[in-house]
Each structure stands twice: as structure tokens, then as C-alpha cells.
Design a binder for this molecule. Structure first.
Ligand code: FE
Length: 170
């Protein structure tokens, strides 16, 4: 389905403190013991002229269903490459909102984040787009200063499947 969203270049969003290089190549992030409601996210990667990008590197990272990121290993982290039609597919769980304790200029402060998935997308020979994806109707979207409505997923009525197309600024 083509939507207005597909015609808009996907906005850049901050990387945040939790990205790790070297995630495993995999489409399925769900493992034994992971807390959270299952979610399958699919979509495509396009250039700005809406031609699909084959072989784009798409790297996801996120917290689990209780707001925890993994730093010991690569739980809920993974990258993949788009197919000839620019398609990716991610099997994961629904992240939840969480509070970050950040330090800036020697001061600590709390930032409450609405539920989001982090992602980096890179087509060959271009820079990396770093962004975040959000859930429609999540209670704290409006209170999160990083939130961008142009990065909202399309979510099925049962909440188990989601769709998002990336349009790169190239
Ligand atoms: Fe985050």
C-alpha cells in the first residue's frame, strides 16, 4: 500500500546512548527468555526518487518489554540487508517506554522516552540515516520531546504486525 508517508524523507533522529557496533546479521531478534509482546515489522527502503534500494544495511536495536537494553551481548540487536525490492523483515517484540538517566555538563537528569525502535539505514556508498520508529497512540508520544510523528509505524489492529517504509535523503 502506498501512503503519503512514503513520499516524505524519513527524518533523522538521535542515536541515543545505546547503539553498539557489530550486531549479528539476523531478521529474528526473538530468543528464549525475552520479555515482550511479539511484533513483526516489515517495509522497504527507498531512495528519495522512490526507487527501491537493494542491499541497504538496516540495523535495529531496542529495549525489551520492561524497558531494558542489553549491553552484555546483542539481545534485541540485529542487522540485515534489503532484498532486490528494497524489503526488510524484522521479527521482534514490542518495546516499552522507559526513563533514561543522562549526564550532560556534569549534571544528571532524567529523560522519559515513549516506546520506540532504534534503526540505522545505510545504502551503499551513502551516509547512514539514524532514526527511531514510534507506535501510534502510545500514551507518552506527546510528552517525548524527541518523538516525531513522521516516524510512526502503521500498526495492525491486533498490534502484532507493523509496517514502515524508509525514504533516504539521497
Ligand atoms: Fe532508546
Amino acid at each position: 500500500m502506498e501512503t503519503a508517508k512514503e513520499r516524505t524523507v524519513t527524518p533523522e533522529q538521535i542515536e541515543g546512548p545505546y547503539w553498539l557496533p557489530g550486531s549479528p546479521e539476523r531478521q529474528r531478534l526473538v530468543e528464549d527468555g525475552i520479555v515482550g509482546a511479539p511484533l513483526t515489522l516489515t517495509g522497504r527502503v527507498f531512495k528519495q526518487d522512490l526507487t527501491p534500494v537493494e542491499g541497504a544495511w538496516v540495523d535495529f536495536w531496542q529495549c525489551d518489554g520492561v524497558g531494558v537494553y542489553d549491553f552484555e551481548g546483542y539481545r534485541l540487536r540485529g542487522h540485515q540487508y534489503t532484498d532486490a525490492d528494497g524489503r526488510y523483515r524484522l521479527e521482534t517484540i514490542v518495546p516499552v517506554e522507559y526513563t533514561d538517566r543522562l549526564e550532560f555538563a556534569g549534571r544528571q537528569f532524567d529523560v522519559h522516552r515513549t516506546a520506540h525502535l532504534h534503526v540505522k539505514v545505510k545504502m551503499p556508498r551513502r551516509q547512514t540515516l539514524t532514526t527511531q520508529l514510534y507506535f501510534p497512540g502510545a500514551p507518552h508520544n506527546d510528552k517525548d520531546q524527541i518523538f516525531n510523528a513522521a516516524c510512526i509505524l502503521e500498526l495492525s489492529s491486533d498490534g502484532r504486525t507493523a509496517q514502515f517504509d524508509f525514504v533516504l535523503p539521497w
